[in-house]
Write a protein that binds this ligand. Structure first.
Ligand SMILES: Nc1ncnc2c1ncn2[C@@H]1O[C@H](COP(=O)(O)OP(=O)(O)OP(=O)(O)O)[C@@H](O)[C@H]1O
Length: 686
């Protein structure tokens, strides 16, 4: 203890020399801990939460003070229960909503250079964005599925400590016990189901080491949205009570609280605001009779609902609260027309139908956004890797939009030869050039008049044509080749690309003015591997393909196959998934589709995937804190998959593209990106 005091005094002197406010207080405390091997006893130099966490790291978790170490790797695939849990329990519900949320916030996340992740209640990473795969600490990749972020494995960090304390937590740089996390800020927020059960930890890691507060604020908003969605899912067949404090100036709780009472008269769920208002915690409310927990029995609730009366309930201090009762009907999957994206503001009072679990939350969010944009004539730019559903989105947009009676005209800017694109877009007068039709041709702009013109693969448009296109967009007039008479057109333009137009603009490969003209609003579709709800989406696609092929309703995949689907990075995205599902359904020999029924190309890819996994788990088994293989990310994987496909097809581009489930144009892009070339004999790095 004396040592500690002496060291503190010495450190304090140092701090005084540097200037009290200029000193890196957690840094001083951490160095002291490194020297002494003990956690500081008081909270003079670090926040109390940090001092307590460090003490736990030393005393409870026996972690080495002043060291850098990697987290343990948990083998998520080792037990069926973990994956099944992820797939079937409420985490699955969080996943769908998280997908939509991540989708919404992607731009913000890109700009702030943070990675968002979802961990299971014990702190193991079960989902992360691509950017997460680049996070390394202690020489190891900590941003990857299965990495154990619990406090006992990685030292205090937002995710692991939030899982332990069951409350939102964030740490800046040197507040982390583990020196390997000093470059980062980490934050974590537990996601609690309406029955009080912990379903997941939503986490964030930023390479700005002072961003903890910001990250925590963001996570709390995200948590609010996720928990509201979980509540919506629960509220069926019973009564929903909306609580409000009496009197406008009454600020006892900022949010309206919600309580759900089942048709049996028991409280089945509460939200955070209601717990706050009523007191006693989830355990005192959930599972108790409404009469006991709320002071109102079921007949009184029904009578209030039917008579349109407001109830009065006592709050935690015995003061009255208003309560409005709403009937929540039972859901039967058939009534699925009310599908909506998770938006608290426009959520139905009793939540949407149960089938929403299996709908495509990302697509729905994009459609909802796009609908408003279309009405206001704001140009839409859809971005995302090949096969994520850009084209599919445009078709759905058109089918559900105000121009559905008018044409949707699509043009693939990468597929049309450079010399023909102008005549394709703008048309030509009869006989205006050799090979032209005598009657002339109207061109896509005129064909799309009053409708939608979809410019696919816009990033592949030649520079001189970009200028012409811009002119047409600005003037809303086209001049067919060989004519001098402009034609007025009224088209909504939607463009799509799997390239980064922003980067192309920076490199001078795409016109900045055209970029701004097309990019009224950007809708980004995430790759399948980045989607926490990918298993739900695959289940839905599976049902689609199964019904289309007329296969038996009890046909299903084995758990083994689901585990593979969960881990596979799906470089060809939804297109690849649909191909794999379709082929396996077609060859299924019995009611259960096994690994052997999967397409051969897919299995070859897995072979490689499996080798990586085996290598990783061997590493992890040698010593739980040894450095794990660093620097291997999904783009490496994709490059290997492309190389493998080219090698298997002996350089036949069409065949390789088919096996990857992508178009030839996309394969060429990917080859260019990874510096690959193909000839019939050899496929190698340039
Ligand atoms: N949400 C979805 N539900 C069902 N099927 C989908 C969905 N999204 C995409 N698909 C299917 O996946 C395949 C690929 O989709 P699409 O062609 O729209 O991708 P893309 O992003 O435009 O690809 P590319 O950039 O290569 O043109 C299509 O068969 C499409 O029907």
């Amino acid at each position: 203890m004396l040592d500690r005091a002496a060291a503190s005094v010495a450190a304090l002197r140092g701090a005084e020399e540097t200037g009290f406010y200029g000193v890196d207080r957690p840094g001083v405390a951490w160095d002291w801990m490194k020297q002494t091997g003990q956690a500081p006893a008081g909270a003079d130099w670090v926040r109390p939460q940090v001092a307590e966490a460090w003490a736990r790291c030393v005393d409870d978790h026996a972690l080495p003070p002043g060291a850098e170490f990697a987290p343990r790797q948990r083998r998520l695939e080792s037990g069926a229960s973990e994956l099944d849990g992820w797939r079937r329990n409420s985490l699955g519900g969080v996943a769908g909503h998280l997908s939509a949320l991540v989708y919404d916030l992607r731009t913000l996340l890109d700009e702030t250079n943070v990675a968002l992740l979802l961990a299971d209640p014990a702190g193991a990473v079960v989902h992360l964005l691509d950017s997460g795969s680049r996070i390394t600490a202690g020489g190891a990749q900590i941003g990857r599925i299965g990495a154990d972020w619990s406090e006992a494995s990685l030292g205090n960090n937002g995710v692991g400590t939030a899982s332990l304390l069951r409350e939102p937590v964030a740490f800046d740089g040197k507040e982390h016990f583990n020196g390997a996390l000093h470059r980062f800020a980490t934050a974590g927020c537990p996601i609690v189901a309406p029955d009080g059960g912990l379903c997941a930890i939503l986490g964030m890691i930023s390479d700005r080491r002072d961003a903890a507060k910001l990250a925590l604020g963001f996570l709390k908003i995200a948590r609010h949205m996720l928990e509201a969605s979980l509540f919506d899912r629960l509220a069926a067949d019973g009564y929903l009570l909306r609580l409000r404090a009496i009197g406008e100036a009454d600020a006892r709780f900022a949010d309206e609280g919600r309580v759900f009472v089942g048709a049996d008269g028991y409280v089945r769920g509460v939200d955070r605001a209601a717990v706050e208002a009523l007191g006693g915690g989830y355990s005192a409310l959930v599972g108790a009779r409404a009469a006991t927990a709320l002071g109102v029995d079921l007949p009184a609730l029904i009578a209030a609902h039917e008579g349109g009366r407001i109830l009065s309930l006592p709050d935690r201090n015995g003061r009255p609260l208003y309560a409005e009762a709403h009937r929540c009907p039972r859901r039967d999957g058939a009534a699925s027309s009310a599908r909506r994206a998770p938006d608290r503001a426009d959520a139905a009072p009793c939540g949407p139908d149960a089938e929403r679990d299996w709908s495509d939350s990302v697509l729905e969010t994009a459609l909802r956004k796009a609908a408003g944009l279309q009405e206001r004539n704001i140009p839409i730019l859809i971005t995302g890797e090949s096969g994520v559903g850009k084209d599919y989105l445009v078709r759905r947009l058109h089918a559900g939009g105000p121009r559905k009676e008018r044409p949707l005209v699509a043009i693939n800017c990468a597929a049309i030869p450079r010399e023909l694109i102008e005549s394709e877009l703008f048309g030509y007068e009869g006989g205006s050039f050799t090979g032209a039709r005598a009657k002339g041709k109207s061109g896509k702009f005129v064909e799309a008049d009053k409708g939608i013109l979809f410019l696919d693969e816009i990033g592949d448009m030649a520079a001189d044509l970009q200028a012409t296109l811009l002119r047409v967009l600005d003037s809303s007039e086209v001049v067919p080749i060989g004519s001098s008479k402009p034609i007025r057109v009224d088209v909504r333009v939607v463009a799509a690309t799997n390239r980064s137009l922003q980067e192309m603009v920076q490199k001078g490969a795409f016109r900045r003015d055209l970029y701004y003209r097309l990019n009224g609003v950007q809708l980004w579709l995430p790759p399948l591997r980045e989607r926490p709800d990918r298993l739900g989406l695959l289940s839905q696609l599976f049902r689609l393909e199964r019904d289309a092929l007329g296969s038996a309703e009890d046909l299903r995949f084995s758990d083994e196959v689901w585990r593979i689907f969960f881990k596979h990075p799906w470089p060809g995205n939804i297109r690849e998934a649909r191909n794999v599902l379709r082929s396996s359904i077609a060859v299924a020999k019995g009611p259960v589709i096994e690994i052997d029924d999967l397409p051969i190309d897919f299995l070859q890819e897995l072979d490689f995937d499996q080798r990586v996994t085996d290598a990783e788990s061997q590493d992890a088994n040698v010593d739980e804190t040894v450095e794990l293989e660093a620097g291997f990310d999904l783009s490496d994987w994709e490059a290997r998959a492309v190389r493998h496909a080219l090698a298997s097809s002996k350089g036949n581009i069409a065949k390789a593209a088919r096996s990857l489930g992508i178009t030839r144009a996309t394969l060429y892009h990917k080859m260019a990106r990874y510096g690959l070339r193909s000839d019939r004999r050899i496929v190698s790095k340039r």
